[in-house]
Design a protein around this ligand. Structure first.
Ligand code: FES
Length: 56
């Protein structure tokens, strides 16, 4: 997984930011959304986040 890969183009949020949030305790998509704001614009990235965290 490339940490610099943009997962949420709406907010320019990278895989690295998602992984960091997960490692800091946000273990669900909802929690990661609360912490990073990811997925709060169009929501199209939420499935990708789910997939990403399942592989962590
Ligand atoms: S791609 Fe993440 S909110 Fe639009």
């Amino acid at each position: 997984m490339d940490r610099d890969q943009i997962i949420c183009p709406c907010l320019d949020i990278t895989a690295g930011q998602i992984i960091d949030a997960y490692e800091e305790g946000a273990k669900t998509v909802e929690a990661i959304k609360d912490v990073t704001g990811v997925g709060t614009v169009c929501g199209a990235c939420l499935d990708e986040i789910e997939e990403l965290i399942q592989n962590l």
